[in-house]
Design a protein around this ligand. Structure first.
Ligand code: BGC
Length: 758
């Protein structure tokens, strides 16, 4: 009986996959092309190569690229740019292959093209969706002007482990914020019409759960239950799909024991059948081949697995190119399955307008006029200043007066090569503004003296690993003691010390995991020495991740977190330090007190033994050595002024399904500066069928309030905002009590309840 049932299911399954494999294109031009294509030509379209030149993230670089293009064995290229070079490549495809199918040109335009914006984690701290969308639009305009038509962005992996270097590339820990940012970026890249010459195909990555790799070690195992997946980790990918993203990149990690690249549940059942995705799926760099060391068989076997799972394009590995034909001959896969993948890629080319004009993105004049313009740089400066987070401002040290005598010290104070941040292969550090330059420009009346004070690290073994793409950590010839002394000497005759400290660019990003995320020892020594002078001290912190800085936090200083700010770094930092812009950034990833608290995030559950509000209690969920609370919570960030929240009210006490709840709160600027802030709404579901997080972000509004002014802010909640995936993975809102918290960070204190009624 069971056997018969199994046979029936298998039969239905085969029927279904054959049907879907034979699905015709709804685009007549694409179908006409498919009808003429040989098996080899179809397989060729599934092959994505990189001729080398850009940043290579794997050990393999494609060989004989020209020969393969002419042989119709390439569907796209990435890692090269410039209309001249790309025109040559396109000509090879168009003039030398039988069906003249144009190539896709991909690139990692992660935070700006040549106008480099702050790292994505930094940009997310602006909580400014318009700004983020515009940054993506500017990136698309520049990249398409340089011949690129397909972007491996946005990276939307939820990350709750700052040891993982790639936390820098995403929007932090929160699924709600991650989702709205994902949508904004897809809109920015793809615009309203993909065939415009300044819009590009977006690729959401890394599908899925890549940010949850164990112990924060890159490419490591992921092991997660479906409830966490659906409620916490999958929403931003789904948001990108809902926004119409044209392609998806499968991740390196496994999902429920099967690497994403060969995971049919993920790439077909969830992505296509449940979410309705209609674009194409590309692997990550050799992630198809990497299923061999993952333990899933040889290249032919893993290529079959990937194709059947729903992978359409193979990045660099050539597993599809070299094995699929054999697998068809051996009847292990059908030609229909290959055609399906090919169809999806051709449809993307069609939507980009490449069949109309393969050279659409290759106008030399655009490359000259539209890249790194002064207008784009000015915008990058604005974006950067909005991404900074003021963590502490002891005695209102900041903002500085423009005529101060300043000792500007620290290994990043006059560094150009560390301003752009990780994953900026299309930018160039030579265009970056250093902090020293920015200070001189913004405060010409100030007396500024500079000393390096310390190396980024004195650990030459670490420095060598970090310097893989060029000299980011330059070891000084002077001794560490001498360098600290030089800094102290100039500090003596200054009113204030500004120390620019933190991580080199490549200390975060891909394959840059750390087990210790405190400041390097060399810099800690410098900071201690500077603090001991008793002079007002400002630490400008640069990093690609949250750091553990409990010692520095205890010092009587100002702390301004600036991430890696991009090409306009120095100007933007000076704008904030000297008060041209009042900082408004809010953290999008929690800062732990120490690495032992990781993973750490705001939307935690209560547990059955909640920890006490203060102090330690035996047999409660707490630590012996530190409190459960982080050093800085999600959503946290100060301003040069103060904002007071009051008068929280809801327009109803009972909400019926389908209705909207209006939430009003008064925000008063009680300080001495005009300022922007982010009003945040967190929602707690008091009783439900699966254990709820204590509170979750469900809305926010960024507002400007002039000093002394009071504003009434309205936020709304709909039934959808009350929904979650229950243990049958249905998206439901369950009747009962909910608590709304509103305030300036995830500890928001004002609260009101309402009931959802049937
Ligand atoms: C990264 C991707 C990137 C790809 C192509 C990989 O190593 O994981 O994020 O898009 O390389 O450069």
């Amino acid at each position: 009986m069971r056997f018969a049932k199994f046979r029936l299911i298998t039969l239905l399954f085969c029927l279904f996959s054959t049907l879907s494999a034979q699905e015709k294109s709804t685009i007549p031009e694409v179908q006409a092309l498919l009808d003429q294509m040989t098996l080899d030509e179809k397989i060729g379209q599934l092959n994505l190569l990189t001729p080398g030149g850009g940043i290579l993230t794997g050990s393999v670089v494609s060989k004989d690229v020209e020969k393969k293009i002419k042989a119709g064995q390439v569907g796209g290229l990435f890692g090269i740019s410039g209309p001249d070079k790309l025109r040559l490549a396109q000509e090879l495809a168009v003039n030398h292959t039988r069906l003249k199918i144009p190539l896709l040109f991909g690139s990692d335009v992660i935070h700006g093209y040549k106008t480099t914006f702050p790292i994505p984690l930094g940009m997310s701290c602006s909580w400014d969706l318009g700004l983020i969308e515009k940054a993506a639009r500017v990136a698309a305009t520049e990249a398409t002007a340089d011949g690129i038509n397909w972007n491996f962005s946005p990276m939307v992996d939820i990350a709750r482990d700052p040891r993982w270097g790639r936390i820098a590339e995403g929007a932090g820990e929160d699924p709600y914020l991650g989702s709205v940012i994902a949508k904004a970026m897809v809109r920015g890249y793809q615009g309203a019409d993909l065939s415009e010459n300044n819009t590009m195909l977006s690729c959401v990555k890394h599908f899925a759960l890549y940010g949850a790799s164990q112990a924060g070690r890159d490419y490591h195992t992921v092991d997660m239950g479906r409830i966490a997946m659906f409620n916490q980790y999958l929403p931003p990918y789904k948001a990108a799909v809902d926004a119409g993203v044209g392609s998806v990149m499968s991740s390196f990690n496994d999902v429920d024991g099967i690497p994403a690249t060969g995971n049919k549940w993920l790439l077909t059942d969830l992505l296509r059948l449940r979410w309705g995705f209609e674009g194409f799926v590309v692997s990550d760099y050799t992630s198809l081949n990497e299923m061999i060391p993952h333990g899933l068989g040889n290249l032919q076997a893993v290529s079959i697995l990937a194709l059947k799972a729903g992978l359409d394009m193979d990045m660099v590995g050539e597993g599809f190119l070299t094995t699929l034909k054999k697998s068809v001959e051996e009847k292990k896969i059908s030609e229909g399955e290959i055609e399906q993948a090919c169809r999806r890629i051709l449809e993307a080319k069609y939507k980009l307008g490449l069949f109309d004009d393969p050279y659409r993105y290759l106008e030399e004049s655009r490359a000259k006029n539209e890249i790194l313009t002064s207008e784009n740089r000015e915008f990058a400066r604005t974006v950067a200043s909005r991404s900074f987070v003021l963590l502490k401002n002891y005695n209102d040290i900041l903002p500085l007066k423009k005529n101060s005598r300043i000792a500007l010290v620290g290994p990043l104070a006059d560094s150009r090569e560390n301003m752009l941040g990780t994953w900026a292969p299309t930018g160039d550090a030579k265009w970056a503004i250093t902090v020293l330059e920015g200070f001189k420009k913004v405060a010409p009346q100030a007396s500024i003296r500079h000393a390096k004070g310390a190396n980024i690290t004195d650990d030459s073994v670490l420095a060598k690993k970090v310097n893989v793409f060029g000299p980011r950590i330059v070891m000084d010839k002077r001794s560490p003691v001498k360098m600290v002394q030089e800094a102290l000497d100039i500090a003596k005759s200054s009113d204030v010390i500004v120390a620019v400290v933190g991580e080199a660019t490549e200390m975060s990003g891909e394959a840059a995991s750390l087990t210790d995320i405190s400041l390097p020892k060399s810099q800690k020594k410098l900071i201690r020495a500077l603090a001991s002078t008793g002079k007002p001290l400002v630490l400008v912190l640069m990093s690609g991740r949250p750091l553990t800085i409990p010692e520095e936090y205890e010092m009587p200083i100002a702390l301004l977190q600036v991430w890696h700010p991009g090409v306009e770094a120095g100007h933007a930092i000076a704008d904030v330090v000297f008060g041209n812009y009042n900082p408004s950034g809010k953290l999008t990833a929690t800062w732990p007190r120490n690495v032992g608290q990781i993973p750490i995030y705001h939307s935690v559950k209560n547990t059955g033994r909640p920890n006490p509000k203060e102090g330690y209690e035996k047999f409660k969920s707490n630590y012996l050595d530190v409190p459960n609370t982080p050093l800085f919570p999600f959503g946290y960030g100060l301003s040069y002024t103060n904002f007071e929240y009051s008068n929280l009210r809801l327009d109803k006490e009972q909400l019926k399904r389908g209705q909207t709840l209006q939430i009003k709160v008064t925000v008063k600027n009680t300080g001495n500066y005009d300022g922007e802030t982010v009003v945040q709404l967190y929602l707690g579901d008091v009783v439900r069928s699966i254990t709820p997080p204590k509170r979750q972000l469900k809305g926010f509004k960024k507002i400007m309030v002039k000093k002394g002014e009071e504003k009434e802010v309205t936020l709304t909640l709909t039934e959808n905002d009350l929904k979650f995936y229950n243990n049958k993975l249905e998206f439901v809102a369950e009747p009962g009590e909910f608590v709304v918290h509103v305030g300036g960070d995830s500890n928001a204190q004002l609260a009101r309840s309402f009931i959802l009624v049937e």
